[in-house]
Design a protein around this ligand. Structure first.
Ligand code: GTP
Ligand code: MG
Length: 207
């Protein structure tokens, strides 16, 4: 899978404001600060495409990016179709009010359940930590909703390789307790580019 171009389209507060659902779409979700926006930039090889911050809670809206937009890039991309990547706001940030939490929940639930062209949700998990309840609960919820998803374990460069393997295994074991079919999973580093090919190949197979 080649990304020839990637550009920001719009930010939406509700799924009905999202761009027309006429292209395949792949979205990134996970705890605040886990590295969603960084992963999108790494996949697109475009620093600054999605806004990044060391302070959690940076991404607040549903952000659409168009990939390989043929109308704009017809000289470069003669074949293939365009599709969307979507950067979503994170969950689990302690410093938000009850009201903000509720509004996040309804924004995200509506988006996940009603966005008809959503081809896959990537759930990002920080590879530095042992399985966290909030992530396991979120993944269980997706399983109950029967939403197609894959897991990306982020920030692998921050760990010793053995620690990443151990945390990944523990998380997958915890999922296997509840679910017969484990979802696909990847390990990534936005700094080193780990996982780029694997995630893009996975998207390519779905596209
Ligand atoms: P919110 O939008 O606030 O939910 O955060 P996010 O999940 O989009 O995280 P973001 O990409 O903004 O990254 C958060 C912080 O983690 C930033 O300081 C990034 O530079 C850092 N970061 C993200 N991915 C990696 C990674 O793979 N390795 C390292 N070392 N740092 C990373
Ligand atoms: Mg973000």
């Amino acid at each position: 899978m080649q990304i020839i171009s990637a550009s920001y389209i719009k930010s939406s507060a509700i799924y009905t404001q999202c761009p027309p659902a006429d292209k395949a779409e792949y979205a990134f979700i996970g705890r605040s600060n886990v590295g969603k926006s960084s992963l999108i930039n790494m996949l697109c090889d475009k620093k600054g495409l999605a806004k990044i911050s060391s302070a959690p809670g940076k991404t607040q809206l549903i952000n659409h990016f168009i990939i390989n937009d043929l109308a704009k890039d017809n000289t470069k991309a003669k074949q293939g179709k365009s599709w969307y990547l979507v950067d979503l706001p994170g969950y689990g940030y302690a410093k938000v009010s009850q009201k903000q939490r509720k509004s996040w929940t309804s924004m995200i639930e509506d988006y996940i359940l009603k966005r008809t062209n959503l081809g896959n949700l990537f759930v990002l998990i920080d590879s530095r930590h042992e399985p966290q309840k909030i992530d396991l609960e979120f993944v269980d919820q997706l399983g109950e909703w029967q939403v197609p998803f894959a897991i990306v374990f982020t920030k692998a460069d921050k760990n010793k390789p053995g620690a990443t393997v151990k945390n990944v295994q523990m998380f997958m074991d915890a999922l296997n307790e509840n679910w017969a079919d484990a979802p696909p999973h990847f390990v990534s580093s936005a700094i080193r580019g780990d996982g780029r090919k694997e995630v893009l190949d996975f998207i390519s197979d779905l596209n």
